[in-house]
Design a protein around this ligand. Structure first.
Ligand SMILES: [Zn+2]
Length: 633
């Protein structure tokens, strides 16, 4: 999902050049061997037939869910997510948290999923009713998004069951990710979805919280959709059959190795089609949005092969980019397998890269949310945070320093925005916690998205371009289809970048780790013996995160001498001896440690070290300070 605030808003602020990207190595990203798993373990298959009633904004569906117990334990129940019930009434966890959280309002129209029948099919052709004993809510609770389904018999490890299901959806007026507006329909989280059973036999089920996203097992989705003939469908996976019959357009979409399915239907969709890196890309957009669609397609042309090279090949044959109409913008900026939604008004100036950033962001989710498939409820940073880093990394490589906005010659980098936002909350609460454990929506955004991204960006700048990309490349390949947790991420950083870097990452994620480099004291005086000057500089590292840094000693004539510090310990003294008086010093002069919590103390001068040297020193950090003061997400 897009970051809770919009990067483009800051483009209107009068600020200027910030951090340029550190030097890139000529070789680009490393290419770990592409020995990728071709397919996920098929755990849950959905065969559904769904009919959209565009007058009542309802979906009527029937079908079968085949589920296999891939855990080591027998189970006597299963859990179904009924996500659309988050919009059923004001008592849902989602709407209660929304009102107290991100500051949005209640939806203008409610929505829900109602299961009409649910039966367990037996080998002898008989069926057991599961609906009568299904519990949609816990005693004393009102939320109905997390249903427990007791099973009449045990399902052992390796055993499969088939449930037949019929259900009706009433769509809400578009709220955040799903719903309708006039004849536009964006249909996500619309079917009863089996929760993921972890290998140890515990169900990873949860109510639909306002800040949390999803988690599910992989399988094959075979979904037949029908809509009025005049409507265009966009959906997960390729259409393997299409026909028009009795005034209805019918499309059957089949896709394996995915864990969700979303679709859209509208009678005003326009489209662009292109083949990008062997993938059939469709952009669906409202009338008048042709320019935006072209820009989204341009972003996909860069990012799809780029992401494939970095994180392992995109394994699907289609990608659909859905740009919702202005009045349904709440459906924008979201990811589903092979289908993403864009964002940005039709008049977005070329210099404000919102359509590009959102397209790159949501496309990146195809790897972290889609293929690696972490638990977004328990560890949102593993998806949104790493993907936010990947977004900045891709945008930086594609568009250079002004990667968030480039207006009237003023450039703002995505990385600088993330660093400032992340620092605002770095000492409040941990990054690595469940979505519903965050105190506020603002802190969720600052920590899950921005802090994770800027910690990784700092590592990229400190340890070199290839390092973080190499670690993430190993992580996304090794854990494709594997649902890893934070320990697996840290394990890969340990393996690729060493235990010290892994420890830094762990501290930054779990222990509110932070760092502030500061030039404390700069001293310079005539040498007691012989000609010239001698002096010293004391540089401190405050906080708990350890990074090596450069320290520039700046002489009175503006010339420099570069020293390095491994960052170990609380402080280090640099001795100076030379022909020219020492005027000052700058720690981290190339702005590699973007998460440095105070940039104003990164330079220091002697009492006399004024004039030209002082101006040179101060100019180095001036723009970043300005950014710190001006930008507030
Ligand atoms: Zn996202």
């Amino acid at each position: 999902m897009r970051t809770p605030w919009r990067a483009f808003a800051i483009a209107a602020v009068s600020l200027t050049v910030t951090t340029a990207r550190a030097d890139r190595s000529a070789s680009g990203a490393p290419q770990p061997p592409n020995d990728l798993r071709q397919h996920a373990e098929d755990v849950v298959d959905y065969t559904l037939t769904a009919s959209l009633d565009t007058a009542t904004h309802s979906v009527h569906a029937t079908g079968a869910i085949r589920w296999r117990n891939t855990s080591s334990k027998a189970v006597r129940e299963l859990w179904l997510h009924l996500y659309l019930n988050a919009f059923k009434d004001d008592d849902s966890d989602f709407l209660r948290e929304q009102v107290g959280g991100r500051g949005s309002s209640l939806p203008e129209g409610y929505g829900r999923t109602e299961i009409r029948s649910l039966t367990l099919q037996n080998a002898d052709g008989s069926a057991d009713d599961l609906l009568a004993t299904m519990e949609t809510k816990r005693p004393g609770e009102k939320d109905e998004t997390d249903a427990r389904v007791p099973l009449p018999r045990e399902v052992g490890p390796g055993e499969s069951i088939q449930m037949d299901v019929a259900f009706d959806d009433k769509l809400p007026i578009v709220v955040e990710r799903t719903g309708y507006r006039n004849s536009f329909h964006m249909i996500g989280q619309w079917f009863p979805k089996v929760a993921r059973l972890e290998p140890d036999g515990t169900w990873a089920h949860f109510p639909f919280h306002h800040l949390s996203e999803f988690y599910a097992d992989f399988g094959t989705y075979d979904v037949t959709l029908d809509v009025p003939e005049s409507f265009t469908i966009g959906a997960t996976g390729p259409a393997v059959e299409t026909h028009v019959m009795g005034g209805r357009r019918v499309e059957r979409h089949v896709q394996g190795d995915i864990h969700d399915f979303a679709w859209t239907a509208w009678d005003r969709w326009q489209s662009r089609h292109d083949a990008v890196d062997g993938v059939a890309v469709t952009v669906l957009f409202p009338p008048g949005f042709g320019d935006i669609a072209d820009r989204e397609l341009e972003a996909v042309r860069f990012a799809l092969p780029d992401d494939s090279a970095r994180y392992g090949r995109y394994p699907y044959v289609t990608l659909t980019v859905v740009h919702p109409p202005q009045e349904a913008a709440e459906a924008g900026g979201m990811e589903y397998p092979t289908l993403i939604t864009g964002d940005g008004p039709w008049l977005t100036p070329r210099g404000v890269l919102e359509p590009e950033i959102v397209a790159v962001h949501e496309l990146g989710h195809q790897w972290f949310y889609g293929l690696v498939a972490t638990n977004e409820s328990a560890w949102p940073f593993l998806d949104e945070g790493i993907n936010q880093y990947a977004e900045g990394d891709t945008m930086g490589r594609w568009r250079g320093a002004g990667s968030a906005a480039n207006l009237f010659g003023l450039r703002v980098s995505d990385a600088a925005i993330q660093a400032v936002a992340g620092n605002m909350a770095a000492r409040d609460e941990a990054v690595a916690q469940a979505a519903n454990a965050f105190s506020t929506g603002a802190n969720y955004g600052r920590l899950v998205y921005s802090r994770t991204a800027s910690v990784l960006e700092t590592m990229r700048r400190v340890y070199g371009d290839d390092t973080v990309a190499r670690a993430l490349g190993v992580y996304t390949r090794r854990f494709r289809f594997e649902h890893p947790g934070p320990e697996q991420l840290i394990e890969v950083f340990d393996e690729v970048l060493g235990p010290a870097v892994a420890a830094t990452l762990r501290s930054a994620l779990f222990d509110k780790g932070w760092v502030d480099f500061a030039v404390d004291r700069v001293r310079s005086e005539r040498a007691e013996h012989g000609a010239g000057y001698e002096g010293s500089v004391v540089v401190r590292r405050r906080g708990t995160l350890l990074f090596p840094v450069d320290v520039d000693l700046v002489m009175a004539d503006g010339s420099r001498r570069r020293e390095t510090w491994d960052g170990d310990g609380d402080w280090k003294r640099f001795e100076y001896r030379g022909r020219i008086p020492l005027a000052g010093a700058v720690v981290d002069p190339d702005d590699r440690v973007v998460i440095d919590s105070n940039l104003e103390n990164n330079h220091g001068t002697t009492a006399e070290g004024g004039g030209r040297a002082r101006r040179t020193i101060e100019r180095l950090t001036y723009w970043l300070e300005l950014l710190l003061q001006t930008v507030s997400p």
